[in-house]
Write a protein that binds this ligand. Structure first.
Ligand code: C2E
Ligand code: MG
Ligand code: MG
Length: 735
């Protein structure tokens, strides 16, 4: 127990000693380090005096090496810190630095504290640099540029050359700019720094002025206080130990070892053109490569698309391609009558089984080739959807359509094997769907093909015929439309379309006062056609303007002839609502015509149907106003057939109303009709508008109209529409 207590005492005593020792020794160690390591603030933008070594990232240079050597000799370790302040004078006020470099002589700090400097570490040559080899005035009257961080050194210079004017710049680039601009006569800097900087290719135009060289001291400085005085005093001992050989060795080391290092701007300056050319070539190359890649990609895409859109065996379109092409054609030719057929070889499997697959393929290729020969690529399309199923979009022309296909395609295909001496006749069956106007508005190729297929199945089931229509009535309609549309141009050319005239009468005076031009078509295939047979078809096909332009011109020719014969007559012409559309100036068209045939505008009465005003009132009213201003008489045709007859009259600027008796009397109570007609006449008269009643068929009607105040009339009761010669004969008789 005693020994235990003793050991405890010894342990506690030992711990006490350790604590005491550590309390004494640790602060001692810190003090020793503090005393021996000094922080020296230096610039870093002054190669080779002070600069950052790119490899080690340490501050180095002549100034650093000299300082390290001197400090070591004085018993100090040195840590260098890059001065962040604008000038040495500012840095003097920062207590983080023990010492600062480089000083030429002692200067006051920015806050006015005095400084103390060491002995001279080396004599630094200062040199002036000018633009080219300009001759300088004396140093005392020079305007020189210096780095603002050299402000302290500048004070020394000022002491030596009081007459010298010094301007400061933030960096060397600004100094050079000022020199080049003529702001300063020369730049002043350490010769060692010049020897480094002037290697920069962009400064080729600057030259050193060796004659204007002078020396400046290179000293260490700090605030003139006890601590500073002690540091400087000790350091001076170290400086004293730098002999000339050591000094020269350090200078040589940095001036010969430290060659100027090119930065990006130097490379750009030196090799700019090459680099630019290189970059240009690289860019062009890149563009070329990208284009090439795009082209190849596009080519691949097209190839893929081609493959998807085409059938590899026959070269015809695939289902995908056919669908696209049909959509395209129906958009492009919305007024062309078309049919779609779904064709198929009866018992094709038997051909493959008995004659071989290859023979089957050859037959399909032959069929494809024959079909292509007989097809308009611009308007029509053919595709193979699968096996022996061919789908075709063709225009309806006439009945010859079918016989043509049979002769040129089906018969050769059917005889394909027989012509090769094989005893097998091929049979093609076709289901046909005739497109309706609805199919153009909402294009659904698959649906149309389904309907064609329904017809094709009917043949398969009854085995009687080889082609069948899904909608035969539409085929008849389509054929008729085709016959009207396709024949129009040649009919105009051949004179098959004629202009007939129906006289207009003043019933009170019993005298012909004018005529309405009405067209008639002596169709090569369909015989005599009346406007109701073809006007709406031409309107739907967008061809009515062609017909009307022809009729108007013919009327003008007749008027011209009558004018020349001494009869100034006037004629009413019909204008379709489709003739009046934005982008087409029909007023200009009529003006051109009367100019061409030397007519006066009032000889042409322009009839626009009442319903047209209901559909597009604004544009029609505008056109009507234009026509009237140009002198044409505008008439509202078929008054009574539309829906807004009455109240419209106040807005529409027209000259004469054509009261259509047919619409007003065709059905219902005769008495009521009479009341309506007489009220209308009364109203039109009250509105002070002219009127003519058309469709007058009986003397009773004529007398009734007259009794109610309507004098002008047109109708079968007086005359039916007649060819121009008959009208001329009639007018001759009336004279
Ligand atoms: P519309 O302009 O109202 O022409 C009058 C129609 O009534 C004519 O028929 C005429 O023959 C017929 N008509 C005349 N008097 C009587 C009668 O007493 N009783 C009956 N039941 N009918 C009579 P058309 O020539 O067949 O013309 C029909 C329509 O076709 C015209 O109606 C007109 O809207 C249009 N039309 C005629 N020629 C042309 C033309 O060259 N261009 C345009 N765009 N349309 C025309
Ligand atoms: Mg008319
Ligand atoms: Mg009419």
């Amino acid at each position: 127990m005693k020994t235990m207590k003793k050991a405890k005492k010894i342990l506690m005593a030992f711990a006490g000693i350790v604590i005491v020792l550590s309390c004494v020794l640790i602060p001692f160690k810190v003090t020793c380090e503090d005393n021996n390591t000094i922080v020296v603030g230096v610039p870093a933008d002054r190669c080779p005096i002070f600069y950052i070594d790119k490899k080690s990232n340490d501050i180095t240079g002549i100034g650093v090496d000299l300082m390290v050597y001197a400090a070591k000799k004085a018993g100090y370790n040195v840590t260098f810190k890059v001065i962040q302040e604008k000038s040495l004078k500012d840095a003097l006020d920062n207590p983080e630095y023990d010492l600062l470099m480089p000083f030429g002589s002692a200067v006051d700090s920015s806050s006015g504290k005095a400084s103390i400097v060491s002995d001279n570490l080396m004599q630094t040559p200062f040199t002036l640099v000018t633009k080219g080899n300009s001759i300088l005035p004396s140093l005392n009257s020079l305007h020189v540029g210096m780095l603002s961080s050299l402000a302290a050194g500048a004070e020394t210079v000022k002491n030596i050359y009081p007459g010298m004017e010094i301007s400061f710049y933030e960096n060397m680039a600004d100094c050079v700019k000022a020199l080049r601009n003529g702001e300063v006569d020369a730049l002043l800097h350490n010769s060692y720094v010049w020897s480094y900087i002037l290697q920069k290719p962009a400064y080729k135009d600057l030259s050193v002025q060796p004659a204007a060289m002078f020396s400046m001291d290179f000293r260490v400085g700090t605030l003139d206080d006890p601590k500073g005085q002690e540091l400087i005093a000790k350091l001076n001992n170290g400086i004293g130990e730098i002999d000339d050989t050591k000094r020269q060795a350090i200078i040589l080391d940095h001036t010969s070892r430290k060659l100027y290092q090119y930065d990006l701007s130097d490379y750009l300056y030196q090799y700019g053109m090459f680099m630019l050319a290189g970059a240009l070539i690289a860019v062009l190359l890149a563009i070329f490569v990208i284009q090439r890649i795009r082209m190849v990609r596009k080519w691949h895409e097209q190839k893929m698309q081609q493959m998807m859109d085409h059938d590899s065996l026959t070269g015809l379109l695939s289902m995908n391609g056919f669908r696209k092409r049909v959509e395209e054609l129906l958009h492009k030719y919305p007024d062309t009558p078309y049919f779609l057929s779904y064709n198929n070889i009866r018992d094709f499997k038997f051909i493959n089984d008995s004659l071989g697959r290859e023979a089957g393929d050859e037959l399909l290729k032959f069929w494809a080739a024959k079909s292509m020969e007989n097809l308009s690529k611009e308007y029509e399309a053919i595709g193979r959807t699968e096996g022996d199923h061919f789908v075709v979009l063709r225009r309806i022309k006439n009945d010859e359509n079918m016989t043509d296909d049979v002769e040129k395609v089906f018969t050769p295909v059917e005889n394909y094997f027989i012509n090769q001496g094989k005893d097998h006749r091929v049979k093609i069956i076709s289901g046909i769907y005739v497109l309706t106007p609805k199919d153009f508005r909402k294009i659904d190729v698959d649906h149309m093909l389904d309907l064609a297929r329904v017809a094709e199945r009917r043949i398969r089931d009854n085995r009687k015929s080889d082609h069948e229509f899904y909608n035969p009535e539409q085929w008849q309609k389509g054929k008729r439309i085709a016959e009207i549309i396709n024949y129009l141009p040649s009919a105009i050319e051949a004179g098959d379309i004629q202009v007939w005239y129906q006289p207009q009468i003043d019933y009170a005076k019993k005298k012909i006062i004018g005529a309405e031009a009405l067209c008639r078509w002596d169709h090569t295939k369909l015989g005599w056609l009346y406007p109701f047979d073809f006007i709406s078809t031409l309107e739907e096909a967008g061809l009515i303007y062609d017909l009307d332009s022809f009729v108007w011109e013919r009327v003008c020719q007749d008027l011209d002839r009558w004018n020349k014969q001494g009869y100034r007559r006037s004629v009413s012409v019909n204008v379709s609502r489709d003739d009046i559309q934005e982008g087409r100036d029909i007023c200009a068209h009529f003006l051109e015509l009367i100019h061409k045939y030397d007519l006066s505008a009032e000889q042409l009465h322009i009839e626009i149907t009442e319903t047209a005003y209901v559909e597009n009132p604004a544009y029609l009213i505008e056109t009507t106003e234009k026509l009237r201003t140009s002198g044409f008489q505008v008439e509202m045709d078929d008054f009574g057939s539309g829906y807004s007859s009455l109240h419209m009259l106040k807005d529409v600027p027209i000259d004469r109303i054509k009261l259509d008796l047919h619409f007003l009397t065709e059905s219902g109570d005769l008495e009521k009709s009479r009341t309506i007609v007489s009220s209308m006449i009364q109203m039109i008269n009250q509105l002070n508008m002219e009127m003519i009643a058309e469709g007058v068929e009986t003397v009773e009607q004529a007398d009734f109209l007259l009794s109610k105040g309507c004098y002008e009339m047109q109708g079968y009761y007086f005359h039916k529409p007649m060819p121009v010669q008959d009208l001329e004969a009639l007018l001759e008789k009336e004279k």
